[in-house]
Design a protein around this ligand. Structure first.
Ligand SMILES: [Zn+2]
Length: 384
């Protein structure tokens, strides 16, 4: 039986529905944790196809879960659907959510014969809220054997690592005073923040090239004639491995303490977004996905590249074998730009989404008909 041909025909028969969904979500960008319409649209498409859908899981209103079939293996398709402030769907998450739903629809009629279970997980707030981190913490992957999704990009790339990231907000407290008539009575909290930046810049010279530390001043005082009594900086700290990030972060905290000491301010810090772990691509599954892309006529596939960004899919890849391949929706695109948002609504974007849906569904078929594939995926994941 050529299951993949059947799956493609099924996905093709849903083309209008899927393209419509991607356009609707793309034209109605919703920010992280407020993706009410997107999660409703994706959930109801799954429900129509026979999935048992729960809206609102892990204490997150806009997360959802759709389950079809029973027993093992239990394979997860992940949906993202959050947008960026101002820019809309400039990371193409409308295409991600719909591609996973498309794959789920494509395999649905054949699942009773193929056996096993498909779980579609709607993961909100990838950009700023770490929806998948929260899903992992809520044990949403406990019964899952492998997890898959695709991400739109400017190239076809099967495997790339991503950086672990910690997001910290540093609050410096000083003492307000008239900046001209009584500066000696003040303690300048902004000086604390500036010293933090300078200290981190000095630290940078002695860090591995792979480390990224980048920050903004989110509060820097109220008026030039008032000594700032409170100043706030937000930093992202990234490293290729969680263990290295933990070491670097400790150094950054020491710099913050030093900045407070030398300026006479008080400093405190806390996370302002959930941390992401580094993404570990699962090679057996990624290569199967790549072979499926070739069957679908995709050429110019890059097997591996180092990535510098971060994704909450990293946390998923730490608990189950996972893939997060990239597919091109336009050659010269840069993520998080107006051009990328346009491309995520373009015919090329929608076409890539349809290919992604099929390649994901084919990879599900591979895992369901050949137990050795999941076996080697799990062995690699467990490092044995
Ligand atoms: Zn993204």
């Amino acid at each position: 039986m050529d299951w993949k041909a059947l799956v493609s025909a099924e996905i093709e028969s849903n083309r209008a529905l899927l393209e419509n969904l991607a356009s609707q979500i793309g034209k109605n960008p919703e920010l992280g944790f407020a993706e009410y319409e997107a999660s409703r649209l994706l959930s109801s498409a799954l429900q129509e196809a026979g999935y048992a859908v729960t809206q609102g899981i892990a204490g997150l209103e806009t997360a959802f879960k759709g389950v079809l079939g029973e027993g093992k293996p239990n394979l997860a398709l992940l949906c993202e659907y959050d947008a960026l402030p101002e820019l809309g769907h400039a990371c193409g998450h409308n295409l991600i959510g719909v591609a996973s739903v498309g794959a789920a629809l494509g395999i649905a009629p054949f699942l009773p014969q193929l056996g096993g279970q498909i779980t579609v997980l709607g993961a909100p707030a990838e950009e700023t809220g770490g929806g998948k981190v929260l899903l992992v913490e809520a044990d949403a992957f406990r019964d899952i054997d492998a997890a898959m999704m695709f991400h739109p990009a400017n190239q076809n790339l099967l495997m790339s690592r991503s950086n672990a990231i910690d997001a910290y907000e540093f609050v410096f407290i000083g003492k307000e005073a008239h900046a001209a008539s009584a500066p000696e009575d003040g303690i300048n909290a902004l000086d604390g923040v500036i010293s933090l930046f300078n200290g981190i810049n000095a630290l940078r010279e002695h860090l591995p090239d792979s480390i990224r530390i980048h920050g903004i001043i989110s509060e820097g005082g109220q008026a030039p004639n008032v000594v700032p009594g409170r100043a706030v900086a937000r930093f992202y700290i990234r490293a290729p491995q969680r263990s290295l990030l933990d070491e670097i972060r400790a150094k950054v905290f020491r710099v913050a303490e030093g900045a407070a000491l030398m300026t006479g301010t008080q400093v405190s810090w806390e996370k302002f977004e959930p941390s992401n772990d580094n993404f570990v691509p699962n090679q057996p599954l990624a290569l199967a996905f790549g072979a499926n892309l070739q069957r679908l006529g995709v050429r110019e596939i890059v097997e591996y590249a180092d990535g510098r960004g971060s994704s909450d899919m990293g946390n998923v890849s730490q608990v189950v074998p996972a893939i997060h391949p990239y597919l091109s929706i336009g050659e010269d695109l840069v993520g998080h730009t107006a051009e990328f948002a346009q491309a995520s609504l373009s015919p090329e974007g929608l076409n890539t989404m349809m290919i992604a849906a099929q390649a994901l569904a084919y990879t599900l078929v591979d895992v369901l008909i050949d137990p050795r594939l999941l076996h080697s995926a799990k062995r690699e994941h467990e490092g044995t």
